[in-house]
Ligand binder design. Structure first.
Ligand code: MG
Length: 179
């Protein structure tokens, strides 16, 4: 890839069966309402790949994050996870699930499994990166984790979704710059 070339989504992919711009707007708004901007996710992606790819910018990372949230499977995981977080907060969820989500119970595990649906889209590099951000909790992930633990807000699914999108974008970049 030439130095000044950007990684914009090719037009022909912008509105097909796999990529959905309308749902993209919905999930981006949903994440914003829950405290996450795409630029927060791009900052994590930059943290994962910046040291390996000379000249990589946060802007390029953001373009790859944008590409990830265009994927229908990714959008479906975001819609599902955030809905469950919100339902747990609202009280419109039965026990014992509600309690497990509100306290982010360590042995619950379905939040990580749902996030794998996002990581899957870009293959095996994504798994390694997802495991890494899950352990190290960089940037907005740490913030979400703390808010989730110390307030009435539930971020049990959101923190994994953010980590998974960042990891998927890192994989997308790795594939783009490989070889
Ligand atoms: Mg979680």
């Amino acid at each position: 890839m030439a130095e000044n070339e950007t990684a914009k989504i090719p037009k022909e992919y912008a509105d097909d069966r796999v990529n959905d711009t309308k749902t993209r707007d919905v999930v981006v708004k949903m994440m914003k309402e829950r405290g996450v901007e795409l630029s927060d996710i791009a900052a994590i992606t930059y943290g994962l790949q910046g040291k390996y790819i000379p000249g990589l910018s946060e802007k390029t990372c953001l373009e790859h994050v944008e590409r990830v949230v265009m994927k229908r499977e990714v959008q479906n995981a975001i819609l599902t996870g955030l809905e469950l977080d919100k339902l747990a907060e609202s009280g419109a969820m039965s026990e014992p699930l509600r309690g497990m989500l509100l306290e982010d119970y360590g042995l619950y595990g379905v939040d990580e499994v749902l996030a794998l649906a996002i990581v899957n889209v870009y293959g095996s590099i994504g798994f390694t990166n997802f495991g890494y951000v899950d352990k190290t909790k960089p940037g907005i992930i740490k913030k979400l984790d703390e808010i989730g633990k110390n307030t009435d807000q539930c971020h049990t699914f959101l923190d994994d979704i953010v980590g998974a999108i960042a990891a998927a974008a890192a994989s997308s970049i790795a594939h783009r710059y490989a070889g």
